[in-house]
Each structure stands twice: as structure tokens, then as C-alpha cells.
Write a protein that binds this ligand. Sequence first.
Ligand SMILES: [Zn+2]
Length: 98
Amino acid sequence: MVQRRYRTSRFRKVYVRTAHGTKLRVKKREKAVKQRCAICGAVIKLGKGKGAKTRTGKSRAFTGKLCHSCAERVLRYKARVELTGDIESVPIIYRPYI
Ligand SMILES: [Zn+2]
């Protein structure tokens, strides 16, 4: 029986061919954690999808922290605050990024 601590869906099964070529050994590795938006919780797909590198890649603002729609909203609020100086009108969830 597999030890209790390894009986979880946190690990994925990896099949490795041994030197003899006949046996298959089962190993388990931890699953990669998907990056999620800090505001809405949507899964962020880095470097994938349609559009130019600047829309999807590492050079965009808040990459790896916020999804594209939340980042756009934050940038709009940021510009508004820079013009008017009124941070009270910004929803509290967006304030750490401004
Ligand atoms: Zn989001």
C-alpha cells in the first residue's frame, strides 16, 4: 500500500522506463500551481493566446498578478487618480495597485 501522505491528488503520476526497458516505475511529482488573478481569481495564461507579445507576455503591467481585464481597470483608475487626486472614488480592492 502506498504511504498515506502520497495518497492525494496533489501529486501527479509520472511513468519512467527503467534501464532494462521492461518495467515501468511510478513516481509522483507535485502539480504545477496555476497563476491566478489577485482580484477576480481568474487563471492567468502567460505567453499564450492571441495578440502581440506586449498584450500577453512579460512586458505588460501587472503580469502574473492580475488578469487582463483587472489590469486594464487598475490602469484606468490610476490615470483618474493622477488627474484628480481623488483616491476615495476608487474601490478598495484596486487601491493596493494604484
Ligand atoms: Zn482579474
